[in-house]
Every structure is written in structure tokens, then in C-alpha cells.
Design a protein around this ligand. Structure first.
Ligand SMILES: *Cc1c(COP(=O)(O)O)cnc(C)c1O
Length: 391
């Protein structure tokens, strides 16, 4: 059993992938070839936004979005500590300061309640109400924006997040690296905030055969800036540079692979719902394990199927039973970002974000992909029930 079975997917669309690659080899436009525009058109339309800007990775997508907003030293960006490092890394990379906000215990996404508290704390300039980072020599942190993450494929609560952002004059970036294909109140992930960023890392719901990413926005001005930043801050012609940018382009070959995969992507999102439902039904009777919660109005892209055990030793038992049965499992994420050495300068400590800390100690993820067979899932559930009984 594979944690993610990319080979099963490849078997379905091998001919199309081969043909698309051959087309690129024939026309030879390896940088910004016609497949790039084709992919941007298709994915933008799917997400329901007017601009889709492909780029070299999900990390570059986040970087380009923050650069387009002119983020730099003195700025504070509010985000979750329970995510992949890239979400907060790009903030620090630009010299700005990540302000971490604890998560909601049901969805694992940034808590709008805690977000409101943090905004008040920032306004008051002290951290009695909410743990704030050291300002890095600055007298005051100026909040500029929020990066919400759609963790494991489930959208964050954008109605409440966007409302708070408007009240405080902040922009919102949706980190949709794990949620492309998800839905929230009838809208597609990647369309839920001022700008959105997704990743085509092979293991993501829509993955290429290498690194890739995309920015989405309805804001014409922001889109133009992101397109410019993607190519060294290019102006109206190749050797005119109007701002500092990066080399952030997506390879034409990766776009060709993605076009073949996108044909079956909507069907794969449906298949993922079936897989998730079978797990949740099987796990329902096991009282020690909490299946993922999908609130009404949400459709998850199921990048991961992550469950909560009772405590760290219960998790260890479950994972060792799975390992004995040769079933892969993984922990996303074992250490929240506020406790990572990379962010030690922010001065956060254990106890600052108790929900994130508790989830990090209890969570683990089961094999998840559209081609997971019911009998394999049955085995996973049977092994986990042994773990449940042995408590
Ligand atoms: C994967 C991921 C990223 C980074 O994407 P890359 O394409 O690997 O650079 C950013 N944020 C989250 C939440 C992710 O899961």
C-alpha cells in the first residue's frame, strides 16, 4: 500500500503525458511555452478567478504575492504556526515578522477568534491578550496582511477572516498549496481571498513531476506585479526592470504534465471524497481516534487524511501497529513553527499556542489518494482498531 500512489494515476494517463511532453520537445519553447498560457487559462477558469500566474513552486507563489504587496522590514503578517515551514518562511525571508495565531481544534486552520485577539493585541502594542513576537528592534509591529492556510485540503474560515481583514485594512493571502480543488460555500479554493497560492509539488492534490506553483487573483494591479516579479521585475520589455523580482517561472514541461493530469482532476477530487468517507465510517466507532471534521458548506481536497489520537503514546502505538502491517503513515506536523529553531529570534515558547502544540503531539495521517482500494482501507481500519483496543 502506498501513502500516495502516483503510479496508479500515471497508468491512467500515460499516453496523454507522453504526447504532451513530445509536443514540447518538438516546439522547443521550454521557457514560457504555449502550454503555460493554456494551463493558466484552464486553472484560472476552474478556480473562478480572472488571473492565474504560474510559477516555480508554491513557496515562490507565496513569495511573489508578498513581494507584490511590497512586504518588507517592519511589517507583520499574521499566520498559523500549524503548517508547512514555507508559509511563514517567506515572511521572514522578506525581513517581515510572522505573528502566529493558534488554530481551531476542529479544522486545524487559523482560529478567527484568536486572530481577532491578536489584532487587538497588536493595536495595543503589548502581549497580555495574545502572545506576540519580539519586534526585532522595531518599536512597533505594523500588521499588513494575513496568510490563512487551507490545511490538509480544507479551506480556512474566509467569511470571518476576510471580514476581520477589512475591518483592520489588511490583505488576505490564501495558502491553497494543499487545497486546490476544494470548495467553501460554493466557491473554489484559490478564489477565497485577495490572492491565493497553490503548489504543484508531486504529492499535492494536483501535482506535476517536479516543483511548480501558481498565484491566483482578481486584482488586475496585483496580477501585473506578480507577473513582473516572476521574471526579474520585468517592465515592458525583456531588459527593462522596474522592480526587484525573482526567476520564478514554471517550466513548460511541467505545464504539459499538469495539462494531462488536469483532465482527470475533477474526477479525482470526487474519488477522494469516497476514500475519505470510507475511512471516516470505519473510524467512527473507534472512540480514541477522531476523524477529520468537515463543517457544512465545505468540500475538502483531502491532501491528507489526518486523525487525532488521544496522546503521544497512543499515536506511537497506532503508528507502530500500522508499520508492522506495512501500512505507511506520517505526521504533519510534528513541531509547530513557533517552536522551530528557524524562528527562535521571535522569542516564542512552549505554551504560547496550546492547540497547535496539542495537535502536533497527537495527529497522524493515513494513506490518501484517489486510487486507494476499499479492501486496503479496511485493513488500515482493522489495524487501527487493534491500537484502539490495546489502550
Ligand atoms: C507544500 C506547501 C507549500 C510550499 O509548496 P512548494 O511547492 O513545496 O514550495 C506551502 N504551504 C503549504 C501549506 C504547503 O503544504
Amino acid at each position: 500500500m502506498d501513502f500516495i500512489d502516483l503510479a496508479a494515476q500515471q497508468r491512467r494517463i500515460k499516453e496523454k503525458i507522453d504526447a504532451n511532453i513530445q509536443t514540447v520537445l518538438k516546439h522547443g519553447s521550454y521557457i514560457m511555452g504555449p502550454e503555460i498560457r493554456d494551463l493558466e487559462g484552464k486553472l484560472g477558469q476552474y478556480a473562478g478567478v480572472s488571473h492565474a500566474i504560474s510559477c516555480a513552486s508554491g513557496t515562490d507563489a507565496l513569495l511573489m504575492a508578498l513581494m507584490a504587496y511590497g512586504i518588507g522590514p517592519g511589517d507583520a503578517i499574521l499566520t498559523t504556526p500549524f503548517t508547512f515551514i514555507a508559509t511563514a518562511e517567506v515572511i521572514s525571508l522578506l525581513g517581515a515578522v510572522p505573528v502566529f495565531i493558534d488554530i481551531d481544534p476542529e479544522t486545524f486552520n487559523i482560529s478567527p477568534v484568536r486572530l481577532a485577539e491578536a489584532l487587538t493585541a497588536l493595536k495595543e502594542g503589548h502581549s497580555t491578550r495574545h502572545p506576540l513576537p519580539k519586534a526585532g528592534g522595531q518599536t512597533r509591529l505594523v500588521p499588513r496582511g494575513i496568510i490563512a492556510v487551507d490545511l490538509f485540503g480544507l479551506a480556512a474560515d474566509y467569511d470571518r477572516i476576510n471580514t476581520l481583514a477589512r475591518q483592520h485594512n489588511l490583505f488576505v493571502i490564501e495558502d491553497a498549496a494543499q487545497s486546490f480543488g476544494a470548495e467553501y460555500n460554493g466557491r473554489k479554493a484559490s478564489s477565497l481571498a485577495d490572492a491565493a497560492c497553490t503548489s504543484f509539488f508531486p504529492a499535492k492534490p494536483l501535482g506535476c513531476y517536479g516543483d511548480g506553483g501558481m498565484c491566483f487573483t482578481d486584482d488586475d494591479d496585483l496580477a501585473e506585479k506578480m507577473r513582473s516579479i516572476r521574471v526579474h521585475g520585468q517592465g515592458n520589455h525583456k531588459y527593462e526592470n522596474v522592480r526587484i523580482g525573482i526567476n520564478g517561472r514554471l517550466d513548460t514541461l511541467q505545464a504539459a504534465v499538469l495539462l494531462a493530469k488536469f483532465d482527470i482532476f475533477p474526477e479525482e477530487i470526487k474519488l477522494r471524497q469516497d476514500v475519505a468517507r470510507r475511512y471516516s465510517e470505519g473510524l467512527y466507532s473507534q472512540h480514541g481516534l477522531r476523524p477529520p471534521i468537515v463543517p457544512p458548506g465545505y468540500l475538502s481536497a483531502w491532501a491528507q487524511y489526518s486523525i487525532l489520537s488521544e496522546d503521544e503514546s497512543h499515536r506511537e502505538t497506532c503508528m507502530s501497529f500500522l508499520k508492522e502491517a506495512r501500512i505507511p503513515s506520517a505526521i504533519y506536523y510534528p513541531k509547530p513553527l513557533h517552536l522551530q529553531g528557524a524562528f527562535a529570534n521571535l522569542g516564542y515558547g512552549m505554551g504560547d499556542f496550546p492547540v497547535s502544540e496539542s495537535c502536533a503531539a497527537r495527529i497522524f495521517s493515513l494513506p490518501m489518494h484517489p486510487y486507494l482500494r476499499p479492501e486496503d482501507q479496511g485493513q488500515v481500519i482493522a489495524v487501527l482498531s487493534r491500537g484502539d483496543q490495546s489502550r
